[in-house]
Design a protein around this ligand. Sequence first.
Ligand code: NAD
Length: 250
Amino acid sequence: MEFVDQVALVTGGGSGIGRAAAVALAAQGATVVVAGRRAASLDETVAAVEAAGGTAYAHRADVTVADEVADLISATVTRHGRLDIAFNNAGILAAAPLADLDPVDWDRLVAVNLTGVFLAMKHEIAHMRSAGGGVIVNTASNIGAHQRRAGMAGYVATKAAVSALTRGAALDHIGDGVRINAISPGPTETTMSLRPGESEADRARRLAEVNPSGRAATVDEIVAAVLWLCSPRSSYVVGHDLVVDGGATA
Ligand code: NAD
């Protein structure tokens, strides 16, 4: 039990990597606040945490709305007394060659993937530094700063920016006791890694060809790295962007 008496916040916690992270953090003793836009998905995550014997609370918030993010962090601290760990994981994908990328999709990519992480960190850090410290992990992607990928320039740009934002924030605030890193998953078994019209079996066949490990990551393989970055076991790891991609960028 690594996170007993700690309070953790997970954005994008209603599905995929975020849901698995909420379950895993709670299994290690943390009280987890699960944030996202859809109440029904958040409630499913809370139920999954509780079924595993943990404690979680749902908080509806859109990470692109500044007031909702501010309220998410202040309500977390008010209700649960502290905020020790934040996993800023909400993200969206819009894939198109640059000339065909709709400006509305571009704006949304930047708003969710980049501004959402900025807003969350801004309020989390403000609280953590006044409380004596904390740990933050942001979700970037291996195809952001690490691997070439055509047809996704908008998404790739926002994820590379998350890596850079993580580094900058980490340097700004390690002196305040706030340790900040990023995780860069490769293709992971969630709906986000399915191409349009692709089944899970199709994805498995595709990745058997192109990924050095021959498969997608399980959500738990990504979450294991996230929990390590959240824990004191990584205490001297600062501003790092940990790639977990089966060797795709090796
Ligand atoms: P997912 O779609 O299941 O999870 C993304 C979550 O973010 C969803 O619950 C969604 O509702 C939430 N979200 C989207 N917009 C939001 C907003 N405005 N406010 C609050 N929540 C919002 O997919 P996932 O694979 O679990 O993705 C988690 C993160 O991992 C994302 O940042 C994604 O870019 C990143 N990632 C995923 C993969 C992959 O292959 N699945 C690879 C690299 C990086």
